[in-house]
Structure formats: structure tokens, C-alpha cells
Design a protein around this ligand. Structure first.
Ligand SMILES: *[C@@H]1O[C@H](CO)[C@@H](O)[C@H](O)[C@H]1NC(C)=O
Ligand SMILES: *[C@@H]1O[C@H](CO)[C@@H](O)[C@H](O)[C@H]1NC(C)=O
Ligand SMILES: *[C@@H]1O[C@H](CO)[C@@H](O)[C@H](O)[C@H]1NC(C)=O
Length: 595
């Protein structure tokens, strides 16, 4: 019921006084996605509108599945059905909950489903979003200068007219977008503020100097330019599994030529096959195996999927994406790379105090590398390493999941599937005559060698290999997604999901490193300075370690006070920006896979 509490809280806040701008709808989500969950019956008071986005999909055939697919495809958290099947979407539900009995109209497209009432909405929630309570404007990361001059409409749909243009600051805009639950925020022409769930697809990065208007309310800040947005994004407000989400697939997975479970939102295609039953099996070994069979009987599709652990090594709120299987030094090194590229995301997302376990995770990754080196003559196996050093905290691998759905012609929407395991990412669409094909784009894995430089300062004692508090910069290196590569050869690895990491053009290496410096600074304050502050002040006799908590053990050698720790973090940050100013990435990542 957390979702309901969230909605109630947000309805009370009701700060979303935006007006609708030209919207450019994206297509409904055609890939399988985790079904929305029913969240109750809500009233539209009209001001503000309960959900701002009205789908153009016809209401005379509307069903819950069709409406949620519309909202999923457009990046919204909530779907609402009203008056026999008019479909709306939104990031917040801006209206009070009312008795269930008020939702009494059947849906035009399926009369066993309920489509609200008159001005009463049946609300469904995408369960793959994180709660917004923890999100602050600090979570918005700058993306730079972007175009907003399309003849098709705005780059971001929701203009925040309630904000006074004469006193607009970056913070005011970010706060308005955050309160509206919007992941994207942008300021323009000194005094305009826009929010959105997605960026309109012909919006492109513009040269930084085109964002040349100071904010009307703070001339030290930049608020876009003429037809230019200073753009920000808070990943925390986006779905963890956006439409086209690709489950992590082992790079050593052998794929039959006919089908794969991976798909991407724009590059996947549907091709018809003539077989009456589509059967596909995807296998690899060890804990990363995914095997899935879909069999068809007269009226139901039953698919049994062995789900790999989506989570392998867990630190607090963070979980690693499973490492690919290995059986020789080369594939072992590849697993090490996959591991090392995830360390920064652990520091970013684990949360205090579990974030301290990320140090162990980093050491565990380094142990994999040592293990690879120790087995040059063979016997190098993931299962062998696992036996010696199992990953910590993750769930048991290989959950079997059986999904039964009605066979649908599989043209537009996916049916909801009832499952007991939350992150369902490998479910096949209930398809009988259609096989989804797309290529696996996630390989090979770049080596975790940072193009950015760790600064040194003998006075404060930091330098390469010994950053403040032992917290390294996130790795900026080659982009590992082929379909992402054109134009964007670099990526900052701050998320376990590569697709959510920020990517950079060749001429943006300087800003990539500046971002990495900032990320390191934030982790330094959140982890090191925080650790220094909370460190228990206990006598350190011999019995200390016997009783010490893991926090105490980890922070044992940290001698700074909060103030001096923050001071060091800041010094390192400013040195970091300096030494990375001239980074060009020249000669690095010359072509996809060529690193
Ligand atoms: C109508 O909706 C019900 C309940 O969600 C579902 O069980 C049924 O399969 C749907 N019927 C059709 C024809 O889609
Ligand atoms: C918008 O600006 C970009 C970059 O300057 C330019 O390439 C594009 O043609 C402009 N679009 C319109 C519709 O003016
Ligand atoms: C942008 O969206 C339009 C309309 O949905 C589509 O026709 C076009 O191909 C898209 N462009 C890109 C670059 O994805």
C-alpha cells in the first residue's frame, strides 16, 4: 500500500499547476513489462487535473492492458481509466481517493474490467518506480544544453507556469519538477521552467555556449537560452524497468538464431513466423542461465522461466547485476570488468550505513581479477571462485516461475501476468505466431580503465590508488552498448544498468570527467564524511574488534572529523576538476569493441 500512501501525500501537495503544452505521444509499450497494480478509485476535481496526459488511443476498445501500455510507453508512473475507457497517464495522482463503489463503469474493450465512473478514475500504478519521498533536487544531474526549437512541440511537455519568471532559479525549477514526480527538468530563456517524463525524440545536445541566459532569479546560474534548455535528469524518478528494458544477459550466453529474450524499445522488430507454437530456449551455464520455453495449448500459453538472480551481490538498497559466467582467463577478466564497472553505482545507491559494504564489494571484484591471474593454465571457473568467495547478500539463484496467460494475437498489448516474484524481466510475451527478434547488443565489456585522472595532493594525502576515504571516481570508459554507440563512444558507469548510465560524445570527455569528479565528491561526503561523523568514540582496546560492528570496523582508521573530511572531499573535487580539464579521450575507444 506504499503506492497509495505516496499518492495521498502527493495529492495533498498538489503543486502541479502546470499547463499542458504540445504533447508528442510515444507509441504504447509493445515489449512485455511488469503489469501495473490496481491502486484504487480516485476523483478528478478538475483543478488540478487528476492526471495530465490524455492518451489518443480510441476509447471504444479500451482495456486496462491497452491503457497501461500507453502510459508505460510514455514513461508515466500512473494510468487512469475513466468513463468507459478514456485513458490518462501521469506522474502523480492529483485528486482524493473515493469509495471503491464509485468505480462502476465497465470498460468498452473488456466489460469484465472497470473503467472508473463519471469524473472518477480507476488508477493503476507501475510497480517498477521507486518511491519519490527520498528524491530531492540534489538527485537531478545536469545533462548540459539541449535544443528546444522543434516545430513539432516542446522537448519537455509540462511548463511550470505557476513559477514567477522574474525570480526563477535552477532550484525552484528542480523543486517544481521533483514535486510533480518528473524525472526531466529544464530551464529556458532565463525564466521558463519545464518538466517531463521523456525527452521528445528530436531533442539533441547543443553547444554549451548556446545556453547563455542567466537565471532571472540568480544571475550566477544558467537558465538555458533562446530555444535552448539547460537540462537535468533524476534517474531516481524513472522506472527501473523502462519499456524495452533489457535484462542483463551473460555475454557468454549462446543464443539460438531464432529468438532471444532481449529487446530494446526502438530497435526491436516483430517478425512473423509460420510455426503454430513458438518455442525458444536460451541456455548458458551456472547462475546466469536463463532458460525459457513457451508451449502452446489450445487456449493458454504456459511459459516456464528460470529466472537468473537479478541481484547477485547486495549492499543495502543496491544490488549488483549478475556477472557473466567464465571458464578461462579471458572470460574471467571480462567478468572482473563487469564487476569493477559497478563499484561506483554501489557507492551511489546503497544508502547509509550499508554503503560501507561497497568497499567489500570493490575488494571482491579485485579478488576476481587476482583469481583470473592465478589460473593461467586452466581451471578458471566461475563456480570454483563462487565456492571460495560467494557473493554476499543476494538471493538464491534460479527461481522457477510459471506464467499462464491467455493466448493473444500479440499485436499491440501484453496481457498482465500474475507472478509471485517482483522483478520479472525475462517473461516472454504471450505469443503464438510471432517471434520477437533483436540482437544482443551488450558485449563485449570494456576494461574498467578510467579516462579521467585521480588528482594528487601530498598535503591531504590523496593520489592515484588512494582517493579520500578510499572512494574512487566512477569509471568513464567506452560505451558497452552497440546501439548506443554511434555518436556516444564514452560512458560514465554509475548504474548497474548500462542503459541508465550517462553517455558522452567524443568532444564531451571534459564534462564526462567533471561529472565523475562531482560523483566522487558526493560519495566522499555521503560515505567518508558521514562515516567520520558517526564513528563511535570507543576506547580501542584489544576487545574492540571482537564486538565492533561492521561500521566500526570499516571506519576504524578514519581519523577526520566531519568538517575536516568535507574539507578534504572539497579539495579533492576542485583538484579533480583542474587535472581533468584537458582530458580529450583522443585515441581511446576508437570503434565499438575496439578497446
Ligand atoms: C477481460 O479482463 C479480464 C480481467 O482482467 C481477463 O481475465 C480477461 O481475459 C479479459 N478478456 C479479454 C477478452 O481480454
Ligand atoms: C534547432 O537547433 C538545431 C541546432 O542548432 C538545428 O540543427 C535545428 O535545425 C533547429 N531546428 C529548428 C526547427 O529550427
Ligand atoms: C521520433 O518520433 C516520431 C514519431 O513518433 C518517429 O516517426 C521518428 O522516427 C522518431 N525519431 C527518432 C529519431 O526516433
Amino acid at each position: 500500500m506504499a503506492a497509495l500512501r505516496t499518492m495521498a501525500a502527493m495529492a495533498a501537495v498538489a503543486l502541479v499547476g502546470h499547463v499542458r503544452a504540445t504533447e508528442r505521444p510515444l507509441p504504447p509499450c509493445l515489449d512485455p513489462f511488469q503489469p501495473f497494480v490496481y491502486s484504487g478509485c480516485f476523483q478528478d476535481t478538475g483543478s488540478p487535473q487528476i492526471l495530465p496526459y490524455r492518451s489518443s488511443a480510441p476509447s471504444d476498445t479500451m482495456t486496462v492492458e491497452k491503457c497501461t501500455a500507453e502510459c508505460k510507453g510514455n514513461g508515466y508512473r500512473y494510468a487512469g481509466l475513466v468513463y468507459y475507457g478514456v485513458c490518462y497517464c501521469g506522474q502523480t495522482v492529483n485528486g482524493p481517493a473515493v469509495a471503491e463503489s464509485e468505480c462502476k463503469l465497465p470498460c468498452n474493450g473488456n466489460s469484465t474490467q472497470t473503467c472508473g465512473g463519471d469524473n472518477i478514475f480507476s488508477i493503476w500504478t507501475d510497480p517498477t518506480f521507486e518511491p519519490i519521498e527520498d528524491v530531492t533536487i540534489e538527485d537531478y544531474d545536469p545533462l548540459g544544453c539541449y535544443t528546444d526549437n522543434s516545430s513539432l512541440g516542446r522537448a519537455l511537455s509540462y511548463r511550470q507556469d505557476q513559477l514567477d519568471a522574474a525570480t526563477l532559479t535552477t532550484e525552484k525549477c528542480l523543486q517544481a519538477c521533483r514535486d510533480g514526480g518528473f524525472p526531466f527538468a529544464g530551464t529556458e530563456f532565463g525564466g521558463e521552467c519545464y518538466c517531463g517524463t521523456v525527452l521528445a525524440n528530436d531533442t539533441v545536445a547543443a553547444p554549451a555556449e548556446e545556453c547563455n541566459k542567466p537565471c532571472n532569479g540568480n544571475s550566477a546560474q544558467t537558465c538555458g537560452g533562446s530555444g535552448r534548455l539547460t537540462l537535468y535528469v533524476a534517474d531516481e524518478l524513472q522506472s527501473l524497468q523502462p519499456c524495452g528494458y533489457e535484462p542483463p544477459v551473460s555475454s557468454s550466453t549462446t543464443l539460438p538464431p531464432s529468438s532471444t529474450t532481449s529487446s530494446t524499445s526502438t530497435s526491436s522488430s516483430l517478425s512473423s513466423t509460420t510455426s503454430s507454437a513458438a518455442t525458444s530456449t536460451i541456455t548458458s551455464t551456472s547462475t546466469t542461465s536463463i532458460s525459457s520455453t513457451t508451449t502452446t495449448s489450445s487456449s493458454a500459453c504456459v511459459s516456464t522461466t528460470v529466472v537468473p538472480p537479478q541481484c547477485e551481490y547486495k549492499c543495502g538498497k543496491w544490488c549488483s547485476s549478475p556477472l557473466p559466467d567464465w571458464d578461462d582467463v579471458k572470460t574471467c577478466k571480462s567478468a572482473w570488468s563487469t564487476c569493477a564497472l559497478q563499484v561506483a553505482s554501489c557507492f551511489k545507491h546503497a544508502g547509509w550505513p550499508d554503503v560501507l559494504d561497497c568497499f567489500d564489494f570493490g575488494e571482491w571484484c579485485a579478488d576476481i581479477s587476482k583469481y583470473c591471474d592465478s589460473k593461467p593454465w586452466g581451471g578458471c571457473q566461475k563456480s570454483d571462485f563462487w565456492g571460495k568467495k560467494p557473493p554476499k547478500g543476494g538471493p538464491k539463484p534460479s527461481t522457477t516461475l510459471t506464467i499462464t496467460t491467455t493466448c493473444a494475437p500479440a499485436t499491440t498489448t501484453t496481457k498482465p501476468v500474475t507472478t509471485t516474484k517482483p522483478p520479472v524481466t525475462t517473461t516472454k510475451p504471450p505469443v503464438t505466431t510471432t517471434t520477437k527478434t533483436s540482437s544482443t547488443t551488450k558485449c563485449p565489456i570494456p576494461t574498467p580503465t578510467n579516462i579521467c585522472v585521480q588528482p594528487s595532493n601530498p598535503h591531504y594525502g590523496y593520489g592515484p590508488g588512494k582517493p579520500v576515504g578510499g572512494i574512487e571516481m566512477p569509471v568513464v570508459t567506452c560505451n558497452d552498448l552497440a546501439d548506443d554507440w554511434p555518436g556516444y563512444p564514452f560512458k560514465q558507469y554509475t548504474d548497474v544498468e548500462s542503459r541508465k548510465c550517462r553517455k558522452y560524445q567524443r568532444n564531451q570527455c571534459g564534462s564526462a570527467c567533471a561529472d565523475a569528479c562531482k560523483e566522487q565528491y558526493e560519495d566522499c561526503v555521503d560515505v567518508y564524511a558521514e562515516g567520520c561523523k558517526r564513528k563511535p568514540n570507543r576506547a580501542r582496546d584489544n576487545s574492540y574488534f571482537e564486538f565492533a560492528s561492521s561500521v566500526e570496523k570499516r571506519t576504524y582508521r578514519w581519523t577526520d572529523s566531519w568538517d575536516s573530511a568535507v574539507y578534504k572531499c572539497k579539495a579533492q573535487y576542485s583538484d579533480c576538476l583542474k587535472v581533468n580539464r584537458g582530458i580529450t579521450g583522443a585515441g581511446k575507444c576508437p570503434r565499438f569493441g575496439g578497446w
